[in-house]
Write a protein that binds this ligand. Structure first.
Ligand code: SAH
Length: 230
């Protein structure tokens, strides 16, 4: 069973371990590791990551690690969330504001919450129903209202809403799904981990007037992008 959404009372508790100092240490670590955009660092500072994990793991929420969220899945490492956000949005040191972003692999909803105020609208797909329901309720409690969720396999994308100015994927397929390239708007960017377990690369694909341009960002370790709903 996925973690229950926390009550208001629970949201107010644990102030000690989620202190401003603990969060600041995480922000400093990301900065040292090359996350330079102050707006993205500020999102990491202000989104309460402890509300996206089980109570038993709360004390570890501001460490720079992935953590289990049930159903064999994980909340992404803060550094990777920040790096992917920067790869999706940063342009010559500033942030561009894509109107429509497709997210594949809602998971806990943490990446969704980081991204939401920085983009127009997010369309978020998750193949595991119980995870999606928890994330949906959690983001409603946090008053994140610019997200539409759908329980589906991300290999299909979201044809009814395409094209997207950005697509961000947090589960790794073996290769870039053709459908996602087809659903990119001109100038749009796809940030996605690709490869098999232990051999994944985070890449960025940009749709240019003459085709697609691909950049390798770094080696990563994501859960696999699986087929069909669960
Ligand atoms: N950004 C999320 C990461 C969750 S882990 C967070 O920080 O919480 C990746 C998620 O991708 C998992 O929840 C997994 O169920 C989901 N996933 C895997 N394959 C998928 C697919 N084909 N379509 C949609 N979601 C998928």
């Amino acid at each position: 069973m996925a973690s229950a959404v926390k009550t208001d009372r629970h949201m107010m508790s644990g102030i000690g371990m989620t202190s401003a100092r603990t969060r600041e240490r995480l922000v400093q670590r990301l900065e040292q590791n090359g996350i330079s955009n102050p707006i993205i660092l500020d999102r990491i500072r202000s989104v309460p990551r402890h509300l996206f994990v089980d109570e038993a793991l709360e004390s570890r929420a501001y460490e720079d690690n992935a953590l289990p969220i049930g159903q064999g899945q994980t909340i992404s490492q803060p550094y990777i969330v920040a790096l992917m956000t920067q790869a999706l949005l940063q342009e010559n040191g500033d942030l561009r504001v894509p109107k429509k972003v497709l997210e594949i692999g809602t998971g806990s909803g943490y990446q969704t919450a980081i991204l939401a105020p920085l983009v127009g609208q997010i369309f978020s797909l998750e193949r595991v129903g119980p995870l999606l329901e928890v994330a949906r309720r959690r983001l409603a409690l946090l008053e994140v209202t610019t997200v539409r969720f759908r329980h589906d396999d991300g290999h299909r994308g979201w044809p009814g809403q395409a094209p997207f100015d950005g697509i961000i994927v947090s589960a790794a397929p073996e290769g870039v799904p053709e459908v996602l390239l087809e659903q990119l708007a001109p100038g749009g960017r796809l940030v996605i981990p690709v490869g098999s377990s232990g051999f994944q690369n985070l890449i960025r694909v940009t749709k240019t007037p003459s085709g697609f341009e691909q950049e390798d960002l770094c080696r990563v370790s994501f859960v696999p992008m699986l087929r069909d709903k669960q």
